[in-house]
Design a protein. Structure first.
Length: 353
């Protein structure tokens, strides 16, 4: 079968690989209908390996060496492993990206994204940028009939956004500033609006992304290139600051923007992965008792179903997606534009095209 295989930085090849064998106990084999890529994929391509284990076995999955990319995908169940319950051949499902053991302290607490033996499909084991993929049935969720394949392929990143909103305790009456509205930031904004929040401030250096933010329902757009974003957010909020600010970019200076844009007693969520450790003005944060929270990945059982519900008929997918490319165009039309920062929306992948 055809698959996009990561061999190292700048080396992703679309090549023929063996199709998966009989799925193991508790797993299903999916025929992939649509995939998607994100900034983590492009970071691995341009600057990796950061998460991928090329020269040593990953402690969770045991995999090492080249790996099939793809942690965002929707597929149809083609084969059931022993012990699978609740799914049938032919079901259309979205697979969560993270695989957890279900037994450790964090899994027992419901925080499966922090599992002691956590690993991710597409980085630590073959993923869904292929014609077929094997996934644990426990992280697969049926797709509603009114959610098409393009929309369903975006359930995983939307679930990440929902998990972040939950971690930050964002209520529908809160003033929310989203710093960086490309990639995951667009999903955070869209999820907040879909939940009923009507006071969302979008902050970005890219005017095209701010245009998209307006379409997604942001109440205010702030261009942080020419403007002091934190000061503008304070002006919008009557000099008080946002109740919650989310740094969805992780770029140099964005955490500082988020802290300055937040009111006394407000909350800041670190969601975007920084390329290097950010500077933090803890003195000011302490004086204003600003809460600093982090978020990573999602909890399949809670966040994926809500993501699919929001994607069903909401129009989020149509407003976020930039284009659909074939698997053969993955590098030049997908990974490269993402790595260069020229992509303006979500890029989907037709693995059969």
């Amino acid at each position: 079968m055809k698959a996009a295989v990561y061999h190292g930085p700048g080396d992703v090849r679309v090549e023929e690989v063996p199709a998966p064998s009989q799925p193991e106990f508790g797993a299903v084999c999916l025929r992939v209908l649509r995939g998607a890529i994100c900034g983590t994929d492009s970071t691995e391509y341009a600057h990796g390996p950061k998460m991928i284990s090329l020269d040593h076995p990953h402690p969770g999955s045991g995999h090492s060496g080249p790996v099939v990319l793809g942690h965002e995908f929707v597929g149809r169940v083609a084969e059931l492993g022993e012990g699978v319950e609740g799914l049938e051949v032919g079901d259309r499902v979205v697979s969560g990206a993270g695989v957890s053991c279900g037994e450790c302290r964090w899994c027992r607490e419901g925080r499966t994204n922090l599992c002691a033996r956590y690993y991710t499909l597409g980085f630590h084991r073959d993923g869904g940028l292929a014609e077929q993929v094997v996934s644990p049935a426990s992280i697969c969720v049926r797709v509603p009939d009114d959610c098409d394949d393009d929309a369903a392929a975006m359930a995983q990143p939307l679930a990440v956004a929902l998990h972040g909103l939950n971690r930050a305790g964002v209520g529908i009456d809160d003033t929310l500033a989203v710093i960086g509205v490309g990639g995951i930031g667009a999903f955070v904004l869209a999820a907040a609006v879909a939940r009923g929040n009507r006071d969302v401030i979008a902050v970005d250096v890219d005017s095209a992304r701010l245009d998209t933010a307006a379409v997604l329902g942001a109440a205010h757009m702030v261009n942080s290139g020419p403007d002091d974003a934190a000061e503008v957010v304070r002006e919008i909020t009557g000099g008080i600051g946002a109740d919650v600010a989310i740094d969805a970019a992780g770029a140099p200076g964005t955490l500082a923007q988020a802290l300055r844009a937040t009111r006394r007693g407000g909350r800041v969520l670190m969601l975007g992965m920084p390329a290097r450790a950010p500077e933090l003005d803890s003195f000011d944060a302490i004086l204003r008792e600003v809460e600093l929270t982090t978020s990573v990945a999602h909890v399949c059982g809670a966040d994926l179903p809500e993501a699919l519900e929001l994607l069903s008929g909401s129009g989020i997918a149509e407003r976020v997606v930039e284009r659909v490319i074939g698997l053969e165009q993955l590098v030049p039309q997908g990974l490269v534009p993402l790595a260069e920062g020229s992509a303006r929306g979500k890029i989907l992948v037709d693995v059969n095209g």
